[in-house]
Design a protein around this ligand. Structure first.
Ligand code: ZN
Length: 434
């Protein structure tokens, strides 16, 4: 009962909170940070020590490695890493995700690079998170009946907390085959579907063939980069706008507003920008979440690449508008310069645009840098296969020339379908030993 009340309270607080000017938002954020630091200083031995000698804005950026290294002294509940890891692994194995230590849910982050993180969230934090997410995403308010189909690699208590009399929440485990999902969805008739775009794409194709018969009013892309090629296909088949929720185990970072623009959730966290280019358009977010008390996220660096929108959004929100989430900084292509003396850095978006501009016959693609001088392109093409392949190679070469990079060998291959359990990355760097 208390839990539900907390969800509703958080929902109303989020709905009510509006900021007229950017200055007003920033002033309010600073107050929230100060309040939060006061708590953290008193309850986390790690931050007690750090903040004794540093102003918070001077703290070096935190990341998963540092967080895991100082796990025991960093969290505010005295939870030990070994105990938490054992519990999380057990939950993953049995796919029973109810594991808790006291009232704290333990979760594993799906680390793509192999280093997995353990995340801790208390019941209070869960309820607050649920309230915020409902306030920002429910298209018809808290008291309208919705059936939400939520596709995830692993369930967690976190998501179970978004449940009420009017909101029916059904979890779909990505480990199940697509036929099972289609059958369950036909029965459920969800009004909202939340899933990674690779899965949404499979659902779109099932709808196209007539097997899937659902008509949701809202669809939300999560967990993978939403590529224009997939967005267009999914939106076309379901005849709606596909929205984005940018949510990681580290926090709920951004979402699409009613006008279709991604905004940073600066009403729950302060986000500094670590710029990655001279033009100051691309950045990695450094988050300070003033709602996370069990496992504080202070100046936590995410290695995603976000691009700032050039124009403010017509919705009038003072929260930062984002043009796109490009991918992870691990997936930047690095080639040798023409002189061989330096490295040329090419952001995923340049590769994406080159492929999309090459041919209208591309249905799906992947571009993978496998060596410093070798790039593999997988293509699923409608027709004119040889012509389209050549056009993609030419467009990529144009980009590499533009950047004064030594031309790598570009190999084209047929498109290989990936398991839905793996995060789909259309642009990826997989160089051994790097
Ligand atoms: Zn907006």
């Amino acid at each position: 009962m208390k839990k539900k009340l907390n969800v509703v309270l958080s929902y109303m607080k989020t709905k009510r909170k509006t900021f007229i000017t950017r200055e007003e938002l920033e002033r309010w954020q600073q107050q929230q940070v100060d309040k939060h630091l006061e708590f953290v200083r008193n309850h986390s031995p790690y931050f007690h020590e750090q903040l004794a000698t540093h102003h918070w804005e001077e703290l070096s950026y935190m990341n998963k490695t540092i967080m895991m290294e100082h796990f025991d002294s960093l969290n505010t509940k005295g939870i030990r890493k070994e105990e938490a890891m054992q519990l999380a692994l057990e939950a993953e194995k049995t796919r029973n995700f109810k594991a808790q230590i006291d009232d704290v849910t333990v979760g594993l982050s799906s680390g793509t690079s192999g280093n997995r993180g353990i995340f801790l969230v208390s019941e209070q934090e869960q309820s607050e998170w649920a309230g915020v997410i409902l306030a920002k995403l429910l298209p018809r308010g808290l008291f309208s009946r919705e059936k939400i189909a939520f596709f995830l690699r692993a369930n967690s208590n976190l998501y179970e907390s978004v449940k009420s009399r009017t909101i029916q929440f059904s979890f779909f485990d990505l480990i199940e085959p697509i036929e099972t999902h289609v059958e369950r969805l036909n029965e459920l008739q969800p009004t909202i579907i939340v899933a990674p775009p690779s899965l949404l794409r499979m659902l779109a194709s099932a709808k196209q063939s007539g097997e899937l018969q659902v008509a949701p009013i809202k669809m939300i892309s999560v967990a993978e980069v939403l590529e224009p090629v997939d967005k267009k296909y999914i939106e076309g088949i379901f005849n709606l706008r596909l929205d984005i929720v940018y949510q990681a185990t580290e926090g709920f970072i951004a979402h699409t507003c009613s006008h279709g623009t991604l905004h940073l959730n600066e009403d729950i966290m302060l986000i500094e920008k670590k710029f990655l280019d001279k033009e100051k358009l691309r950045f990695s977010p450094i988050i300070t979440d003033f709602k996370r008390t069990t496992q504080p996220m202070i100046r936590y660096e995410l290695n995603d690449i976000l691009t700032l929108a050039k124009e403010p959004c017509s919705c009038g929100s003072v929260m930062t508008s984002i043009e796109s989430i490009e991918g992870r900084s691990d997936d930047i292509f690095r080639l040798s310069s023409l002189t061989g003396k330096s490295t040329v850095v090419i952001f995923p978006d340049f590769i994406r645009r080159a492929v999309m501009a090459a041919s209208d016959d591309i249905e799906e693609y992947r571009v993978i840098q496998t060596e410093r001088d070798r790039i593999v392109v997988q293509l699923k093409l409608k027709n004119q296969k040889e012509l389209a392949e050549q056009q993609v190679v030419d467009k990529l070469k144009e980009i590499f020339e533009l950047f004064n990079a030594q031309l790598p060998t570009i190999i084209t291959k047929p498109y290989e379908k990936q398991s839905p359990l793996k995060k789909l990355k259309r642009i990826e760097t997989c160089i051994q030993g790097q």
